[in-house]
Design a protein around this ligand. Sequence first.
Ligand code: SAH
Ligand code: SF4
Length: 355
Amino acid sequence: MVNLKQSKPLLIDTPFEQWQLKGLPSYRNKQIREWIYEKGILDFEKMSNLSLGLREDLKKEWDLMPMELSREQGSEDTTQKFLWKLRDGQLIESVLIPATEGTKGVRASRLTLCVSTQVGCALGCKFCASGLDGLKRNLTTGEIIGQILIARAKAGRRIDNLVFMGMGEPLANLPAMIPALDQILSPDGLGIGARHITLSTSGLVPKILELAKYPAQIRLAISLHGGDNRTREQIMPINKRYPIEELIDACERFIEERKKMITLEYILIKGINDDLGQAILLARHARRLNAKVNLIPYNKVEGMKWERPELSQINAFRSQVEKENAPRVTLRMEKGHDIDAACGQLRLRETVESC
Ligand code: SAH
Ligand code: SF4
């Protein structure tokens, strides 16, 4: 049983380059780092090449386990969703997604983990379960990395791709995100390449420009969800602060700086943003930015009025975007539709059920 009390600092909140563990020699630091980042061991007692006394001393001073598993849904061959309880009792989620739905017994070749960055979200997009109760708090660096370490250990294999599309707005938590990214990218840390990491943002313009300066070539996805201000504004309050023109300008500057394609995410909500006029506008933005378009039919959230469009409308929308010469269009049917895979939904269920 994990001790949820927060009496001690969490070791993985501190980047390992900065560890000052009781003045230990560097080879000891290296051993501890390897246990944690390479082997995924989050328990000092299991670090068998450290003396018992040292393990005890470390245990007295540091916590290693950022969270415990509160609920698990799905299976290894399909989408697997984890609900984590943090040390202060707050709940977050991560989703493990195989690249291809495996038939029973066959392991998929690529594994993607969808990671949370905040407890709740302050941005209150009208369709999203994560923002329902506002922002509770930012995740710490260790809580971001912990999701990956524990999910990887549970999967028993390396994680190929990371998408920061779980609960929260990653760009609203850059002070914890940047050191987390450093540790994720480092060959001495998790060793995941920048090309395999995507941050998704609802469009925090100044933070997009800040991220453009980050040295590694991580990928950026923009949650657009509307082709013009009127449409976007009715579902995304952030659009009032950073209207579409400013957002597209910021994307352009990001691309200039990075020489890298970005993705425009577009969830399709029945009667709200799924008319073909929006498809034309979306394609226009995509052409200007030479961006990929990822269409995601809305995943219904219990208690919310929004609906997924009929399949015929989804297909018509996609065809229209293609006809308008958007550089690349994909349609992502949510794999986890049946297990509440959209962000915030599992936590929402837990909250509802425990009321
Ligand atoms: N805050 C960031 C990242 C987390 S949300 C952002 O908004 O980009 C990740 C993606 O999930 C966003 O594109 C978001 O709009 C989408 N999303 C949220 N609720 C959804 C739902 N019920 N169905 C489908 N996609 C959803
Ligand atoms: Fe926050 Fe993203 Fe949900 Fe909007 S879609 S409320 S930004 S988590």
